[in-house]
Design a protein around this ligand. Sequence first.
Ligand code: DX5
Ligand code: ZN
Length: 224
Amino acid sequence: MATVKLSPSILSADFANLGETLRLFEGHPSVGYIHFDIMDGDFVPNISFGAPLVKSLAGKTGLPFDVHMMVTEPARYIEDYVVSGTEFIVVHEEATFHLERTLRQIKSFGVKNGVALNPATPPESLDYILDAVDQVLVMSVNPGFGGQAFIPSSLDKLRTLAKLRDERGLMFKLAVDGGIDRENIKDVIDAGADIVIVGSSILRAEDPEAELLAYDELLGGGQE
Ligand code: DX5
Ligand code: ZN
């Protein structure tokens, strides 16, 4: 099995103590990235935070940043999210007018690109650009809020994308985001996910540190 890493989302964190949240994620072998949920109140019905916050955390952790832009026409803002530590910038297929160009734009800054698919968007929508994508993010909730219930049809979509990746000999990471906890994480991994975004399951847990240790255990100590 390929190495599976968590990409914990800070969306459910106490924003007054974000430094502490970053420290919580460090030193856990299951954690591979920090996930930033950028919401514009237009593409999704909620506003979260923007580039100043991401910039203020640059250099404050050794963990790479995974930036999820839930923003209409994100091409306008890509450069703002290129900070030291940005590994992925992920845009939505449904929100990006010229997806192929935007994916190239992201790469031009030396950052890996990604495309997110809403629950209703078929994997076939990526047929002609899949070889230019570093991450495909399957949304397992409708984007906009943390703490929603996992949509089971996402498993099928993950399987389809994992199969396409194999058939075409591609290397993109397969990520999944929304409603994942220690109960259903095995299902998404079995379906082919290798980056698992987790928000409320860690940060709204009674003891987030204990929850992270349980994830470390579950992912086999995060072996390489
Ligand atoms: C939803 C966001 C997710 C969310 C995950 O729009 O993209 O990253 O914060 O949170 P949970 O794990 O609570 O669904
Ligand atoms: Zn997200």
